[in-house]
Design a protein around this ligand. Sequence first.
Ligand SMILES: Cc1cc2nc3c(=O)[nH]c(=O)nc-3n(C[C@H](O)[C@H](O)[C@H](O)COP(=O)(O)OP(=O)(O)OC[C@H]3O[C@@H](n4cnc5c(N)ncnc54)[C@H](O)[C@@H]3O)c2cc1C
Ligand SMILES: *[C@@H]1O[C@H](CO)[C@@H](O)[C@H](O)[C@H]1NC(C)=O
Ligand SMILES: *[C@@H]1O[C@H](CO)[C@@H](O)[C@H](O)[C@H]1NC(C)=O
Ligand SMILES: *[C@@H]1O[C@H](CO)[C@@H](O)[C@H](O)[C@H]1NC(C)=O
Length: 282
Amino acid sequence: MAAPKVAVVGAGVVGLSTALCITETCPSCSVTVLSDQFSPNTTSDAAAGILIPHTYPGTPIHVQKQWFKETFTYLFAISNSAEASEAGVHLVSGLKATGVQIYTRKVADLWELHSEYNVVVNCTGIGARQLVGDEKLFPVRGQVLKVHAPWVKNFIRDGDGLTYIFPGIHRVTLGGTREKNNWSLAPDPGTTKDIFDRCCSLEPSLQGAQDIKVKVGLRPSRQHVTLQREVLSQGGVKLPVVHNYGHGAGGFSVHRGTAKEAARLVGECIAALQGSSSRAKL
Ligand SMILES: Cc1cc2nc3c(=O)[nH]c(=O)nc-3n(C[C@H](O)[C@H](O)[C@H](O)COP(=O)(O)OP(=O)(O)OC[C@H]3O[C@@H](n4cnc5c(N)ncnc54)[C@H](O)[C@@H]3O)c2cc1C
Ligand SMILES: *[C@@H]1O[C@H](CO)[C@@H](O)[C@H](O)[C@H]1NC(C)=O
Ligand SMILES: *[C@@H]1O[C@H](CO)[C@@H](O)[C@H](O)[C@H]1NC(C)=O
Ligand SMILES: *[C@@H]1O[C@H](CO)[C@@H](O)[C@H](O)[C@H]1NC(C)=O
C-alpha cells in the first residue's frame, strides 16, 4: 500500500498532538487534519494549561500516570511552559512544517471519509457526543478570564481548585467554573464578575488588570478517555477508526501520552490493512 492516508478529525490539543505523533511514528503516512474550528476557538484555548493530574475513574491509574509522565517529559524537553492556547498555535505551525494538510471541514459522520482515507482518527472532544452519539460523554462548562497583568508572577489555586490565577507567557488566566451538563458557550456576565471578584480577593493587584477577555470551554467529560480501535463497515467496505476523545478536565496534562497511544493504534490499523492487501494480491 503506497502512503497510507490518515485523517485526524479535530484540531484541539488532542487532535493536533495526535497528528504530530502519527507523522513521527509513520513517516510514510500522508496525514490530514479536518476540523470545523481551530485555535483560538476550541476548548483547548480556554484551558489554563496547568499540568495537573486529573483522575479518570474508569482508566487504570498506572495508565494515567504513564500519560501524564509522557506529557510532562515532552513539554519539559521543549521547555514549553506555554498556555494551552499557545500550544495550539505552535502545534499548527509545527504540523504545517511537517507537511500535514489542514482543512476546515465539519464531519457529519466519520463514514463520509471512507473513500478518501485509509484510517480515520476521532479527536472531536465534546463534538463526539453528536458525531457518534456517545451518551456517556457530557460537558462540564468552564468560564475563565484571560487578562493582561504582567506583574502577576505566582500561580494561586484555592482549596477546591475552583478559583485560580495562572500566569502564562502573555496573559494571566483567572478561573473559573465547573458546570456539569451545561452546553452554553456564551460568556455569562454575572459569572465574569464573580470570577473577577474571587480572584481579586486572593490577589488584590488584579484590580488593575487590563484587556479582560472571557473564554468558555466545554470539558469533554467521561468515566474514562475513549482510546480504542473500531472498524466501521458498510456493504463489505471497511474503515478503521481510532478514537481519542473524552479528556475532561485534564486534556492538556495527558495530551502527549494519549497521542502516542493513538498513533500506535493507527500503526496497528495500517499493519492490518497492509496484511489484508498483500493477502489479496496472493
Ligand atoms: C476553563 C477550562 C480550563 C481548563 N484547564 C485545564 C488545565 O489547566 N489543564 C488541563 O490539563 N486541562 C485543562 N482543561 C481541559 C482541556 O481544555 C480539555 O481536556 C482539552 O482541551 C480537550 O481537548 P480536545 O482536543 O479533546 O478537545 P477540543 O479542544 O474541544 O477540540 C475538539 C476539536 O474537534 C473539532 N470538532 C468537533 N466536532 C467536529 C466535527 N463533527 N467535525 C469536525 N471537527 C469537529 C472542534 O472544532 C475542535 O477543533 C480545561 C478546560 C476548560 C474548559
Ligand atoms: C474564530 O471564531 C470567530 C468568530 O466566529 C471567527 O471570526 C474566526 O475567524 C475564528 N478563528 C479561526 C482561526 O477559525
Ligand atoms: C467519534 O467516536 C464516537 C464514539 O464511537 C462516535 O459516537 C462519534 O460519532 C465519532 N465522531 C465522528 C466524527 O464520527
Ligand atoms: C448554563 O450556564 C449559564 C452561564 O453560567 C447560565 O446562565 C445558564 O442558566 C445555565 N443553563 C443551565 C441549563 O444550567
